[in-house]
Design a protein around this ligand. Structure first.
Ligand SMILES: [Fe+2]
Ligand SMILES: [Fe+2]
Length: 264
């Protein structure tokens, strides 16, 4: 993990970068929203857990957290969740009910601390309202992205992700063509169903975000992007009719391993 940094007045990024062999890096971001009732959005990867707790503590005393919002129950979003619920006894867990039940098959989620949300539902966190939205792309049925009506940031879960050539703190560090290829490639790989829907149907989902017009897109899997919403929506609009991105196969793995052996 890297050090936390501030991206907007009330928003800290807890950043990590997962090396994707032969491809580059995938940002894995969690966020602390310093609302009147402070919120942690996602909890990183399990492999980072020890460091994650330190990076979190560098921006907030976990006991001050009032909410932990899980965008979905994939491993790269709930890595430190159990530890955090112990370290943050005053926090409630905001998540989709199906996600909570699925997590309950692995560990005893304290149901009396849970707050179930569906897309369209909101919570009030003192100085602002957080609304759950279904992002246009999602790789898990429990996904609830977050719209913060005060900062006007969209915490978009896996949507708008991209594998990028090197770790970055801002989207402005990534060349535009590289970003376009990375974002459309990720969309196709992470959400293969996008090729099964018509561009018209898919555009309805994009339209919902266009209507909300968030000032910032804070994806779990992209450096923070401020003022890029329209550009990103136009990029994603091309995905349903693009050539599906195929995941690397055994031959690719052998090439990667041989290359690593050569380098070592
Ligand atoms: Fe996911
Ligand atoms: Fe993810």
């Amino acid at each position: 993990m890297e050090k936390a940094y501030q991206v907007m007045p009330d928003i800290e990024v807890l950043p990590s970068h997962f090396p994707v062999p032969g491809a580059g890096f995938l940002s894995v971001n969690a966020f602390v929203l310093k609302a009147k009732e402070p919120v942690l959005i996602d909890t990183g990867m399990g492999i980072d857990s020890e460091e994650f707790m330190k990076v979190l503590e560098s921006v907030i005393d976990p006991r001050d957290l009032k909410w932990v919002w899980i965008t979905h129950d994939d491993a790269d979003h709930i890595g430190s969740l159990q530890k955090i619920l112990e370290a943050a006894p005053n926090a409630r867990l905001a998540a989709n009910s199906l996600g909570v039940l699925r997590m309950s098959t692995a560990w005893p989620v304290p149901m009396d601390r849970v707050y179930w949300l569906n897309p369209g539902d909101s919570i009030n966190v003192g100085d602002r309202k957080l609304t759950a939205v279904r992002p246009p792309l999602f790789d898990n049925p429990t996904t609830i992205a977050v719209i913060d009506d005060k900062s006007e940031a969209l915490f978009s879960a896996d949507c708008f992700g991209a594998i990028i050539p090197s770790p970055a703190r801002s989207i402005d560090e990534v060349a535009e063509a590289v970003l376009a290829q990375g974002m459309t490639g990720w969309a196709s790989l992470d959400c293969p169903w996008v090729h099964m829907v018509t561009p018209g149907e898919f555009n309805q989902g994009l339209g919902r975000i266009r209507q909300i017009a968030p000032k910032a897109i804070l994806s779990a899997h992209l450096p923070p992007a401020i003022g890029k919403t329209e550009q990103f929506l136009e990029l994603l609009a091309t995905v349903p009719l693009s050539t599906p991105n195929v995941a690397p196969d055994q031959r690719a793995l052998e090439q990667i391993l041989a290359q690593e052996k050569g380098e070592g």
